[in-house]
Design a protein. Structure first.
Lengths: 413, 413
């Protein structure tokens, strides 16, 4: 690849890229997008990767991505989870001061941080610190989150692949639950936003397919209404398949799961543990079993499988995760500006545009499911959500097929 | 397809096929194998499918598979879970008497039941009843179980696809846990046999890949030794990934999960519920957190995902599931005998043979992991198991790739 002409007076120095927060199936597409795109600019002297996110910067723990083969980079791009490893550290003033010291020592002038809303806030803090310290640094946030909850984005890289996993899982659950009957609850990730839980609805093909009920954190969860819903579906279909977000809360705002918590483990951002425990699913199962006197009630907590399962991703998601990173590099190199790359969708089915917005517009903010995506009863999604989510799953989504053999007339009965 | 020449004095009448027990990703390959192969024989007047297994026979609930298109049959064959739906009913004398009445009324002379060890026992009972009632009936058991625990079989249809799901899930878990660290526990199905849990070992590629510890029901589970194991792995790798069978029991034979059970739900075979609850994973997490003072400990219970996820199956498994059914029909039609079809492996890597063995050899029996598949410490598997299991996963198994970029020398530290 020949060197591109640099803009006038380009900021010369090294590129640093890092990955923060929870992994996604396509986060390495963005990493490799930075590594390969940045090599096209002559003002870039080297491309470093920080190991374990911002913590790797503090610890001066870098690898030299300019000494990686493009072949292996492409193979890593196709591998889920953060190739540079990750962190949940949230830098404060002192943390940032130490980062700058390291960045200055290594002549780092371009910082690309791939992450969610916590990570975009980290980029914002670093950027402000750099400005205050009069250190010339381009800092760009590259979006990723399976929660799909970044402000200003139509959707976020990582979400479509996780959504596809959830949809395929529920296609299987529909088949399984139809075979043996009963009530099935699938607990899906999503602390504040219900997008991923809502994606379970894309498993519906036949009119009696589940999930029959979907509960998202955007609506207060009411146990009595929940039991009424389940009772009604069981009466109608003889079974019931339910998708529940791990983040569902009651009307007072208390998360249903904290009512059960035996540990008060919190990460550095003050978040309590929602995943990695079957507690919420088991609580809901027990409630149904006890109150509705139903026998076969099962709950699966999808946990880490939905964000790192290898072999289930959206090709569209992979391409976009690559593109947001390419655009991030292009904005920094050609326009010499800071910000957060966002995905917009000018046409419904389907194309995207990329833009750069101020970091403040995205940092620390949470986007929720819009009202027109949730049904009036608060226990399902609308056709608007289907239309929004369907194209994201990409090509080759598997489909379930049923026998259509005619019923044989009874002889004895 | 032209009609094949029937043997001398063929038993003329209808074929009945049914599916029992827990679904698998390839159980419909066997259903379709029966439906398509049986149509080649002139002594077959029609092919019926019983809806919900033996219960459908009692209820005279049949569909006419001779009035299905071969196109739709092939699409159903590629769909996970039981296309004819399933049951956990276990027929007794009276149940069987009612079945014969229905079978006689419909002139059913060939009965193929696709299922695990409970289902093979059902076939045995029906066969004995038919003989006692002087009703001429060919009854053949077609193997399927993700537990891989049928006697006389090298492996069972359904297991390779579930094993592939478990292996791919752990590949992702390895990547995820490496990115953020901590202890991860994956709870895998398998009441008495550890094959499926052991399949997690196929996720290992790099020497530090997990699962670092694997606990199977064939070895008594000891909490103290478990904690020592985890402590050692964490000291060595800074993290620990664990695969645990849902069926692990202590030295007295009590299942670890019954110590927690709040419900005494049992199915008609007297089995307690092991799946559909996160209880075992949460117990083990809590124990590690409390005793080893570790902070980030997560457990996922793979639950129903591992047996019905759409879009993850072994092509080899699909082919074999088709073949066992074709062979079942051929044994019944050409040889006019009853029995259970079994898979044998004459060469390690890789081909199979099919044989018909007496129903008594398989019915109600459980095959366990042989000793040479389990390591001396009882917390992992051997190379023998790897060699046994690897070819079963089929073609196109995804692979995880790591960055190999060189470390940048530190300037400040």
């Amino acid at each position: 690849m020949s060197m591109l002409a640099a803009p006038m007076n380009p900021l010369k120095g090294k590129v640093l890229v890092a990955q923060g927060g929870g992994p996604t199936p396509v986060i390495n597409q963005s990493l490799v997008g930075v590594a390969l795109e940045a090599r096209k600019f002559s003002q870039v002297t080297s491309i470093y990767g920080a190991v374990h996110g911002v913590r790797g910067i503090i610890q001066e723990n870098f690898v030299d991505l300019t000494r990686e083969t493009s072949h292996n980079l492409e193979r890593v791009a196709d591998t889920p989870s953060s190739g540079l490893l990750s962190t949940r550290d949230k830098p404060d003033e002192e943390y940032c001061a130490r980062m700058f010291k390291v960045m200055q020592a290594h002549d780092i002038r371009y910082f690309f941080y791939i992450g969610g809303n916590d990570s975009s806030d980290t980029v914002r803090i670093i950027n402000n610190q750099a400005r205050a310290a009069n250190y010339e640094l381009r800092a760009i946030h590259i979006p990723k989150t399976i929660d799909n909850d970044l402000a200003e984005n139509d959707h976020c890289p990582g979400f479509p692949s996780a959504a596809r996993y959830v949809a395929q899982a529920f296609m299987g659950v529909n088949l399984d639950n139809r075979a043996l009957g009963g009530v099935y609850i699938g607990v899906i990730m999503g602390r504040h936003a219900g997008f991923l839980t809502a994606a379970s609805s894309l498993a519906q093909k036949h009119s009696d397919d589940g999930p029959h009920l979907i509960y998202m954190p955007e609506r207060a969860f009411d146990t009595t209404r929940f039991l009424t819903d389940v009772d009604r579906v069981v009466a109608k279909h003889g079974l019931c398949t339910i998708a529940v977000s791990e983040g569902i809360s009651d009307a007072s705002g208390e998360a249903m799961i904290t009512k059960l918590m035996q540990t008060d483990e919190r990460d550095d951002h003050g978040n309590v543990q929602l995943s990695g425990t079957g507690a919420l699913g088991d609580l809901l199962s027990d409630t149904i079993r006890r109150e509705l006197k139903l026998k076969r009630v099962r709950a699966d907590t999808f946990g880490y499988l939905q964000r790192c399962f290898i072999g289930c991703r959206s090709d569209r998601d992979a391409h976009e995760a690559r593109e947001v990173a390419e655009k991030a590099v292009q904005f920094a190199m050609w326009d010499n500006v800071d910000g957060s790359v966002v995905i917009r969708r000018p046409v419904l089915d389907y194309s995207v545009d990329y833009a750069l917005v101020p970091l403040e517009n995205v940092a620390g903010k949470t986007r929720h499911m819009p009202d027109n995506f949730i049904n009036a009863e608060g226990n399902g999604v609308t056709a608007d959500f289907h239309n929004y989510c369907r194209p994201l799953l990409g090509s080759g989504v598997p489909e379930a097929h049923r026998l259509r053999a005619p019923v044989v007339p009874k002889i004895l009965a």
